[in-house]
Design a protein around this ligand. Structure first.
Ligand code: SF4
Ligand code: SF4
Length: 301
């Protein structure tokens, strides 16, 4: 079973439209949306939720109003300004609370207890393209890396159990903890970029991250025809870095229409973009085959 992760230097590069199309093209796969901070693959794949699970992460301080005397000692020790005076006692803001537990330790009457915090939900769903594991992180929650690990573990279990050939992962953008959780252990990272200077810089950073974690990158230039000169610069960079550019997708209004209707473009149109996406999947299969045959990582051209 092979894991293919689609990532980008930042959001809005077309990563999700490409992932949804690859998810539609690839056969016998599990789909996994690891972009939990801005999950939107479900908008394209219309999953039907079969299982819903609570995601708990970290702790939060809970006040017992009956016991609180309003002495204010907890206010003074909270470095996150989560506790404020309220009607002769105090109130604790669960969003600001960092879960350090100091208030609970110093409260002289035991009016504060620490509880596990519900940070989101994750789902096992069915789509017309195969099983999908995805999640929703609550607003202002930060433990996306941990949630991504949960999703990836479950996707692997389903793939093993159902003897699936691929896991298609919509990875988190950027280079932080969530993207590291998204890419680690993947067989191939497809980096989606756009022909702008910032697109190139973002791609460089994410490629360095992928390589640092031992994942072979390849690249797609989305909307390459909006700036041919910049696209050439990206291709030059890829050549110097020995990275395969597996596709150059032209700008097409039909992509926008397909996204608006929540349909993978490969099911919406028969144009050049779709031909490109089929060719991209063919290149990915070649890369995985070559890798299996033991040719050095990143040496695929
Ligand atoms: S330290 Fe305890 S008793 Fe004092 S204000 Fe805080 S919660 Fe209430
Ligand atoms: S647990 Fe820590 S961050 Fe949360 S309210 Fe208590 S002192 Fe503040």
């Amino acid at each position: 079973m092979k894991q293919i992760v689609i990532i980008s230097g930042k959001g809005g590069t077309g990563k999700t439209f490409i992932t949804s199309s690859i998810a539609a093209i690839a056969e016998n796969k599990v789909i996994s949306d690891c972009d939990v901070d801005a999950a939107d693959l479900h908008l394209m794949l219309s999953p039907i939720i079969k299982e819903k699970h609570i995601f708990k992460s970290g702790k939060v301080a809970i006040l017992n109003k009956e016991l609180c005397t309003g002495c204010g000692k907890c206010i003074n020790v909270c470095r996150f300004d989560a506790i404020t005076p309220y009607e002769n006692i105090v109130t604790i803001d669960p969003i600001s609370c960092d879960g350090c537990g100091i208030c609970a330790r110093i409260c002289p009457v035991g009016a504060i207890r620490m509880e596990e915090k519900v940070s989101g939900e994750w789902y096992i769903s069915e789509t017309k393209y195969g099983p999908m594991v995805h999640a929703k992180l609550n607003i202002a929650e930060e433990n996306s890396g941990k949630l991504i690990s949960v999703i990836r573990k479950k996707a692997s279990e389903i793939a093993e159990m159902e003897k699936r050939d691929f896991i298609i992962i919509d990875g988190s953008p950027g280079i932080g903890c969530p993207v590291i959780s998204s890419i680690s252990g993947a067989d191939c990272a497809i980096v989606v970029t756009e022909p702008t200077m910032s697109g190139l810089h973002d791609a460089e950073r994410v490629i360095k991250t992928a390589r640092h974690f031992g994942v072979s990158p390849c690249m797609i230039i989305n909307k390459y025809d909006l700036n041919i000169e910049m696209s050439r610069k990206i291709e030059d960079y890829a050549q110097v870095e020995n990275i395969s550019v597996i596709g150059k997708i032209p700008f097409d209004e039909e992509v926008v229409e397909a996204i608006t209707r929540g349909i993978p473009i490969v099911e919406y149109s028969k144009g050049e973009v779709v031909d490109n996406l089929y060719s991209i999947w063919g290149r990915v299969l070649d890369i995985l085959k070559i890798k299996d045959e033991g040719i050095e990582k990143d040496a695929i051209k």
